[in-house]
Design a protein around this ligand. Structure first.
Ligand SMILES: [Ca+2]
Length: 318
Protein backbone atom coordinates (compact mmCIF):
# COMPACT_ATOMS: atom_id res chain seq x y z
CA UNK A 1 0.00 0.00 0.00
CA UNK A 2 2.82 2.38 0.93
CA UNK A 3 4.54 1.53 -2.35
CA UNK A 4 1.39 2.41 -4.28
CA UNK A 5 1.20 5.74 -2.47
CA UNK A 6 4.81 6.53 -3.46
CA UNK A 7 4.07 5.67 -7.10
CA UNK A 8 1.00 7.92 -7.03
CA UNK A 9 2.96 10.84 -5.58
CA UNK A 10 5.71 10.32 -8.18
CA UNK A 11 3.08 10.48 -10.90
CA UNK A 12 1.41 13.63 -9.56
CA UNK A 13 4.76 15.33 -9.19
CA UNK A 14 5.77 14.44 -12.75
CA UNK A 15 2.39 15.50 -14.09
CA UNK A 16 2.73 18.87 -12.40
CA UNK A 17 6.10 19.46 -14.01
CA UNK A 18 4.74 18.36 -17.35
CA UNK A 19 1.75 20.70 -17.22
CA UNK A 20 4.04 23.55 -16.26
CA UNK A 21 5.71 23.18 -19.68
CA UNK A 22 2.65 24.91 -21.16
CA UNK A 23 2.06 28.60 -20.64
CA UNK A 24 -0.42 31.16 -21.91
CA UNK A 25 0.54 34.37 -23.67
CA UNK A 26 -1.85 37.14 -24.85
CA UNK A 27 -0.20 37.13 -28.26
CA UNK A 28 -0.04 33.43 -29.01
CA UNK A 29 -2.43 31.78 -26.58
CA UNK A 30 -1.25 28.47 -25.10
CA UNK A 31 2.33 27.75 -26.07
CA UNK A 32 4.62 24.83 -25.37
CA UNK A 33 7.96 25.67 -23.83
CA UNK A 34 10.56 23.74 -25.79
CA UNK A 35 12.92 24.02 -22.86
CA UNK A 36 10.53 21.90 -20.80
CA UNK A 37 10.45 19.00 -23.25
CA UNK A 38 12.19 16.59 -20.93
CA UNK A 39 9.92 17.31 -17.92
CA UNK A 40 6.88 16.98 -20.16
CA UNK A 41 7.90 13.43 -20.97
CA UNK A 42 8.25 12.63 -17.28
CA UNK A 43 4.57 11.76 -16.68
CA UNK A 44 4.59 9.33 -19.60
CA UNK A 45 7.76 7.69 -18.37
CA UNK A 46 6.34 7.54 -14.88
CA UNK A 47 3.16 5.90 -16.15
CA UNK A 48 5.24 3.25 -17.88
CA UNK A 49 7.26 2.71 -14.72
CA UNK A 50 4.10 2.31 -12.63
CA UNK A 51 2.75 -0.28 -15.07
CA UNK A 52 6.05 -2.15 -15.09
CA UNK A 53 6.29 -2.15 -11.32
CA UNK A 54 2.70 -3.33 -11.04
CA UNK A 55 3.43 -6.24 -13.38
CA UNK A 56 6.56 -7.04 -11.41
CA UNK A 57 4.60 -7.03 -8.15
CA UNK A 58 2.04 -9.41 -9.67
CA UNK A 59 4.77 -11.79 -10.77
CA UNK A 60 6.73 -11.70 -7.53
CA UNK A 61 6.95 -15.10 -5.89
CA UNK A 62 5.26 -15.76 -2.61
CA UNK A 63 7.57 -15.54 0.39
CA UNK A 64 8.84 -18.90 1.62
CA UNK A 65 7.99 -20.12 5.09
CA UNK A 66 10.80 -19.18 7.50
CA UNK A 67 10.68 -22.53 9.27
CA UNK A 68 9.53 -21.09 12.59
CA UNK A 69 6.47 -18.92 12.13
CA UNK A 70 2.95 -20.20 12.61
CA UNK A 71 0.54 -20.48 9.71
CA UNK A 72 -1.24 -17.37 11.00
CA UNK A 73 2.04 -15.42 11.06
CA UNK A 74 2.96 -16.63 7.56
CA UNK A 75 -0.51 -15.83 6.26
CA UNK A 76 -0.21 -12.27 7.54
CA UNK A 77 3.23 -11.85 5.94
CA UNK A 78 2.01 -13.31 2.63
CA UNK A 79 -1.23 -11.30 2.64
CA UNK A 80 -3.39 -14.42 2.61
CA UNK A 81 -6.22 -15.78 4.70
CA UNK A 82 -4.97 -18.47 7.13
CA UNK A 83 -8.10 -20.58 6.61
CA UNK A 84 -10.96 -20.91 4.15
CA UNK A 85 -14.34 -22.53 4.57
CA UNK A 86 -16.20 -23.73 1.50
CA UNK A 87 -19.97 -23.94 1.69
CA UNK A 88 -21.15 -27.19 0.13
CA UNK A 89 -24.79 -26.37 0.79
CA UNK A 90 -27.36 -27.72 3.24
CA UNK A 91 -25.16 -26.56 6.13
CA UNK A 92 -22.25 -28.77 5.12
CA UNK A 93 -18.85 -27.03 5.13
CA UNK A 94 -15.38 -27.96 3.94
CA UNK A 95 -12.54 -26.44 5.97
CA UNK A 96 -9.20 -25.60 4.39
CA UNK A 97 -5.99 -24.35 5.99
CA UNK A 98 -3.16 -22.43 4.37
CA UNK A 99 0.04 -24.34 3.61
CA UNK A 100 2.99 -21.94 3.19
CA UNK A 101 5.31 -21.90 0.20
CA UNK A 102 8.72 -23.28 1.10
CA UNK A 103 11.26 -26.03 0.72
CA UNK A 104 11.76 -29.33 2.48
CA UNK A 105 13.54 -32.65 2.28
CA UNK A 106 11.18 -35.06 0.55
CA UNK A 107 11.69 -38.78 1.05
CA UNK A 108 13.32 -40.82 3.77
CA UNK A 109 16.62 -41.02 5.51
CA UNK A 110 18.32 -44.42 5.25
CA UNK A 111 16.99 -45.26 8.71
CA UNK A 112 13.43 -44.31 7.76
CA UNK A 113 13.21 -46.12 4.40
CA UNK A 114 12.12 -49.45 5.85
CA UNK A 115 13.17 -51.24 2.68
CA UNK A 116 11.65 -48.72 0.24
CA UNK A 117 14.31 -47.94 -2.37
CA UNK A 118 12.24 -45.27 -4.13
CA UNK A 119 12.32 -42.64 -1.42
CA UNK A 120 15.67 -40.97 -2.10
CA UNK A 121 15.81 -37.93 0.11
CA UNK A 122 16.01 -34.75 -1.96
CA UNK A 123 15.25 -31.07 -1.67
CA UNK A 124 11.90 -29.96 -3.03
CA UNK A 125 10.85 -26.34 -3.39
CA UNK A 126 7.18 -25.43 -3.53
CA UNK A 127 6.95 -21.91 -4.90
CA UNK A 128 3.29 -21.31 -4.12
CA UNK A 129 1.29 -21.60 -0.94
CA UNK A 130 -1.95 -23.53 -1.23
CA UNK A 131 -4.97 -24.44 0.83
CA UNK A 132 -5.41 -28.01 2.00
CA UNK A 133 -8.25 -29.88 3.64
CA UNK A 134 -8.09 -29.80 7.42
CA UNK A 135 -9.63 -33.28 7.36
CA UNK A 136 -10.04 -36.17 4.97
CA UNK A 137 -13.23 -35.69 2.92
CA UNK A 138 -16.07 -37.07 5.01
CA UNK A 139 -19.05 -39.11 3.91
CA UNK A 140 -21.34 -36.20 4.77
CA UNK A 141 -19.39 -33.93 2.42
CA UNK A 142 -19.23 -36.54 -0.32
CA UNK A 143 -22.95 -37.30 -0.06
CA UNK A 144 -23.78 -33.59 -0.21
CA UNK A 145 -21.73 -33.05 -3.38
CA UNK A 146 -22.12 -36.37 -5.21
CA UNK A 147 -25.57 -37.47 -3.96
CA UNK A 148 -24.18 -40.91 -3.16
CA UNK A 149 -22.08 -42.60 -0.51
CA UNK A 150 -20.07 -45.62 -1.64
CA UNK A 151 -18.33 -46.19 1.72
CA UNK A 152 -18.08 -49.61 3.29
CA UNK A 153 -17.97 -48.29 6.88
CA UNK A 154 -20.96 -45.97 7.15
CA UNK A 155 -21.02 -42.77 9.22
CA UNK A 156 -21.37 -39.09 8.26
CA UNK A 157 -18.18 -38.09 10.15
CA UNK A 158 -16.15 -40.99 8.81
CA UNK A 159 -13.85 -40.47 5.83
CA UNK A 160 -15.40 -41.43 2.53
CA UNK A 161 -13.81 -44.54 1.00
CA UNK A 162 -14.46 -46.86 -1.91
CA UNK A 163 -13.71 -43.85 -4.09
CA UNK A 164 -11.48 -44.26 -7.11
CA UNK A 165 -9.05 -41.63 -8.35
CA UNK A 166 -11.55 -40.90 -11.09
CA UNK A 167 -14.28 -40.43 -8.47
CA UNK A 168 -11.97 -38.07 -6.57
CA UNK A 169 -11.49 -36.01 -9.72
CA UNK A 170 -15.24 -35.80 -10.22
CA UNK A 171 -15.70 -34.73 -6.58
CA UNK A 172 -13.13 -31.93 -7.00
CA UNK A 173 -14.80 -30.79 -10.22
CA UNK A 174 -18.22 -30.63 -8.60
CA UNK A 175 -16.94 -28.83 -5.50
CA UNK A 176 -15.25 -26.29 -7.77
CA UNK A 177 -18.49 -25.73 -9.70
CA UNK A 178 -20.54 -25.52 -6.54
CA UNK A 179 -18.32 -23.15 -4.58
CA UNK A 180 -16.55 -21.14 -7.28
CA UNK A 181 -13.17 -22.09 -5.77
CA UNK A 182 -10.87 -24.20 -7.90
CA UNK A 183 -10.40 -27.39 -5.90
CA UNK A 184 -8.06 -30.25 -6.90
CA UNK A 185 -6.05 -33.16 -5.58
CA UNK A 186 -2.61 -32.29 -4.16
CA UNK A 187 0.64 -33.35 -5.78
CA UNK A 188 2.62 -35.96 -3.89
CA UNK A 189 5.20 -33.34 -2.95
CA UNK A 190 2.51 -30.99 -1.65
CA UNK A 191 1.04 -33.84 0.36
CA UNK A 192 4.31 -34.81 2.05
CA UNK A 193 5.31 -31.19 2.67
CA UNK A 194 1.93 -30.49 4.27
CA UNK A 195 2.13 -33.69 6.31
CA UNK A 196 5.59 -32.93 7.66
CA UNK A 197 4.71 -29.32 8.58
CA UNK A 198 8.40 -28.65 9.12
CA UNK A 199 9.26 -31.96 10.81
CA UNK A 200 11.95 -34.36 9.62
CA UNK A 201 10.94 -37.33 11.72
CA UNK A 202 9.25 -40.50 10.50
CA UNK A 203 5.85 -39.21 11.55
CA UNK A 204 4.93 -35.61 12.35
CA UNK A 205 4.72 -36.62 16.00
CA UNK A 206 8.12 -38.35 16.12
CA UNK A 207 9.96 -41.51 15.11
CA UNK A 208 8.50 -44.11 17.44
CA UNK A 209 5.37 -46.20 16.98
CA UNK A 210 3.98 -44.65 20.16
CA UNK A 211 4.26 -41.29 18.37
CA UNK A 212 2.28 -42.67 15.45
CA UNK A 213 -0.35 -43.95 17.85
CA UNK A 214 -1.09 -40.36 18.93
CA UNK A 215 -1.54 -39.18 15.35
CA UNK A 216 -3.08 -42.07 13.45
CA UNK A 217 -5.62 -44.81 13.18
CA UNK A 218 -3.53 -47.70 11.92
CA UNK A 219 -3.81 -51.48 12.12
CA UNK A 220 -2.78 -51.75 15.77
CA UNK A 221 -5.33 -49.32 17.23
CA UNK A 222 -8.15 -49.08 14.67
CA UNK A 223 -9.75 -52.52 14.82
CA UNK A 224 -9.19 -52.43 11.03
CA UNK A 225 -11.96 -49.83 10.67
CA UNK A 226 -12.02 -46.16 9.75
CA UNK A 227 -12.72 -43.65 12.52
CA UNK A 228 -14.36 -40.20 12.54
CA UNK A 229 -11.96 -37.57 11.23
CA UNK A 230 -10.25 -35.17 13.61
CA UNK A 231 -9.93 -37.34 16.71
CA UNK A 232 -6.16 -37.74 16.73
CA UNK A 233 -3.40 -35.18 17.27
CA UNK A 234 -3.09 -32.71 14.33
CA UNK A 235 0.23 -31.57 12.91
CA UNK A 236 1.73 -28.12 13.43
CA UNK A 237 -0.30 -26.70 10.53
CA UNK A 238 -3.58 -28.05 11.86
CA UNK A 239 -4.08 -31.07 9.60
CA UNK A 240 -5.66 -34.22 11.03
CA UNK A 241 -5.33 -37.88 10.02
CA UNK A 242 -2.49 -37.34 7.55
CA UNK A 243 -1.16 -40.59 8.96
CA UNK A 244 -3.54 -43.53 8.64
CA UNK A 245 -7.35 -43.76 8.59
CA UNK A 246 -7.59 -43.74 4.75
CA UNK A 247 -4.95 -43.44 2.06
CA UNK A 248 -5.31 -40.12 0.24
CA UNK A 249 -5.25 -39.87 -3.54
CA UNK A 250 -2.73 -37.49 -5.09
CA UNK A 251 -2.88 -35.94 -8.53
CA UNK A 252 0.07 -37.43 -10.35
CA UNK A 253 1.01 -40.67 -12.05
CA UNK A 254 3.12 -42.89 -9.86
CA UNK A 255 6.88 -43.10 -10.41
CA UNK A 256 9.92 -43.34 -8.22
CA UNK A 257 12.00 -40.21 -7.82
CA UNK A 258 15.72 -39.55 -7.70
CA UNK A 259 17.96 -37.60 -5.36
CA UNK A 260 18.15 -34.46 -7.51
CA UNK A 261 16.52 -31.27 -6.25
CA UNK A 262 13.11 -30.43 -7.73
CA UNK A 263 10.81 -27.42 -7.91
CA UNK A 264 7.04 -27.89 -7.91
CA UNK A 265 7.34 -31.52 -9.11
CA UNK A 266 4.25 -32.95 -10.77
CA UNK A 267 5.35 -36.47 -11.63
CA UNK A 268 5.63 -38.12 -15.03
CA UNK A 269 3.41 -37.27 -18.01
CA UNK A 270 2.10 -40.80 -18.31
CA UNK A 271 1.67 -43.84 -16.16
CA UNK A 272 -0.65 -46.66 -15.21
CA UNK A 273 -1.27 -45.99 -11.52
CA UNK A 274 -1.81 -42.94 -9.37
CA UNK A 275 -0.05 -41.90 -6.15
CA UNK A 276 -1.72 -42.33 -2.78
CA UNK A 277 -0.19 -41.19 0.49
CA UNK A 278 -0.26 -41.67 4.24
CA UNK A 279 -1.44 -45.25 4.85
CA UNK A 280 -4.71 -46.40 6.31
CA UNK A 281 -6.40 -47.95 9.32
CA UNK A 282 -5.40 -51.36 7.95
CA UNK A 283 -1.72 -50.62 7.49
CA UNK A 284 1.46 -51.06 9.50
CA UNK A 285 3.50 -48.06 10.65
CA UNK A 286 5.70 -48.45 7.59
CA UNK A 287 2.85 -47.39 5.33
CA UNK A 288 1.84 -44.52 7.59
CA UNK A 289 5.14 -42.60 7.51
CA UNK A 290 5.23 -39.00 6.28
CA UNK A 291 7.18 -40.12 3.21
CA UNK A 292 4.98 -43.14 2.54
CA UNK A 293 3.61 -43.19 -0.97
CA UNK A 294 2.06 -46.03 -2.81
CA UNK A 295 0.32 -46.69 -6.10
CA UNK A 296 -3.16 -47.73 -7.11
CA UNK A 297 -5.00 -48.01 -10.40
CA UNK A 298 -7.13 -44.90 -11.08
CA UNK A 299 -10.30 -46.98 -11.16
CA UNK A 300 -9.59 -48.93 -7.95
CA UNK A 301 -12.30 -48.63 -5.33
CA UNK A 302 -11.13 -49.89 -1.94
CA UNK A 303 -12.33 -49.30 1.60
CA UNK A 304 -8.90 -47.90 2.51
CA UNK A 305 -8.73 -45.24 -0.24
CA UNK A 306 -10.12 -41.75 0.35
CA UNK A 307 -9.13 -38.19 -0.45
CA UNK A 308 -8.34 -34.73 0.81
CA UNK A 309 -8.64 -31.65 -1.39
CA UNK A 310 -6.28 -28.79 -2.16
CA UNK A 311 -7.06 -25.34 -3.54
CA UNK A 312 -4.91 -22.63 -5.07
CA UNK A 313 -4.06 -19.57 -3.01
CA UNK A 314 -4.98 -16.29 -4.71
CA UNK A 315 -2.11 -14.24 -6.07
CA UNK A 316 -3.24 -11.11 -4.23
CA UNK A 317 -5.01 -10.37 -0.99
CA UNK A 318 -8.76 -10.34 -1.68
CA1 LIG B 1 -5.24 -40.24 5.97
Amino acid sequence: MARLAVWFLEFVWSLTIGVSAFRWTPERGVVYDEGMRAPFLAPLACLCAVAARGAEAQAQPFPPWDGKETVAEYAKRAGLEPTKTLDLGNGVKLELVLIPAGKFLMGSTEAQKVGSPVEAQHEVTLTKPFYFGKFEVTQEQYQQVMARNPSQFKGRGLPVEMVSWDDAQEFCKKVSEKTGHSVRLPTGAEWEYACRAGTKTTHYTGDAETDLDRAAWYYRNSNRMTHPVGQKVPNAWGLYDMHGNVWEWCAEWYAGYGAEAATDPRGPERGSSRVRCGGSCRNTPKCCRSSSRDRSSPDDRECWNGLRVAAEAPSKTP
